[in-house]
Design a protein around this ligand. Sequence first.
Ligand SMILES: C[S@@+](CC[C@H](N)C(=O)[O-])C[C@H]1O[C@@H](n2cnc3c(N)ncnc32)[C@H](O)[C@@H]1O
Ligand SMILES: [Zn+2]
Length: 279
Amino acid sequence: MQNERTWQFWDDYYTSQEKDAQEWIVEPTIDLLEKLSEHLPRHNRTIHILEIGCGISTSARDFYSYLLKKNIDANVIATDISPVCIALNQQRDDLTPTEHRFEYRTLNVAEQHPDLNESFDIILDKGCLDTFAFRSKQRGQNQPYALLIRTVLDNIHSWLQPDGVYWVLTPRRKFRSVRDFRGFETVHRVELTTIPRGELVSTQQHTYLHVCQKNQQYLPNTDDHAFCKGHEETIDDDSSCPKCHKTFYEFRKGEPMDGQGKSVWWRRWRGHCRHCKRK
Ligand SMILES: C[S@@+](CC[C@H](N)C(=O)[O-])C[C@H]1O[C@@H](n2cnc3c(N)ncnc32)[C@H](O)[C@@H]1O
Ligand SMILES: [Zn+2]
């Protein structure tokens, strides 16, 4: 699906790299890892995590070490389309044989992999889908729902477990294709204000984490209406009811959201916005 030139582009990019680690968008500081861990599933099983488009970032490895320290049982696979970058990571991290619960692999997110279906609790994406969105814009299409993006989102949906989540770290406050993708039941946006930005950023001021909960009703690769325009805005604490102007935070009376509680709050909030009678 994705042409060989793209693959070659990234291989050349990593071949010419002099550093052995580099971060786009945001640095995997302890603050970021803590922020991410607030969105971990609450079950007691091993947490299976896939990173897509890992580049030569250390995010997945650092998150794995962080979880180990917290005694959280996790299995992490960090992937990228570029074999050069995967080889660089493998050399850099020199993983001992006991570290078989963390590995680097090549994976093209634009291709289907039935062997990965329903495998992951979390799919982490720091700048991968961004590159597809950027390319679609560069080609003058500027289509948030470009076919390639839909293919990638369908694959992500297939690889998530029924209650899995897709975490997108991006400078985009609004990520329309993510927000409107029917394969996600809810998309919750968290602004990451205090976390240092990566070295490879444009003039972006902020970084956002979009937490996307899988919609189990959606059938990837068959649904003709993968995107629904006019889907509710991404919900965050500042989202406000169009009628009574109460914010989502006020609606919850400041109550924190954790674990399973999140989807309940989001459902209640959508219900409120739909039925609110106040002017
Ligand atoms: C903007 S970089 C982000 C790298 C890294 N996640 C970081 O935060 O530093 C995008 C990455 O996506 C990878 N990529 C591009 N197309 C891909 C595809 N079809 N499948 C998997 N990875 C891809 C590139 O090789 C590149 O490493
Ligand atoms: Zn209201």
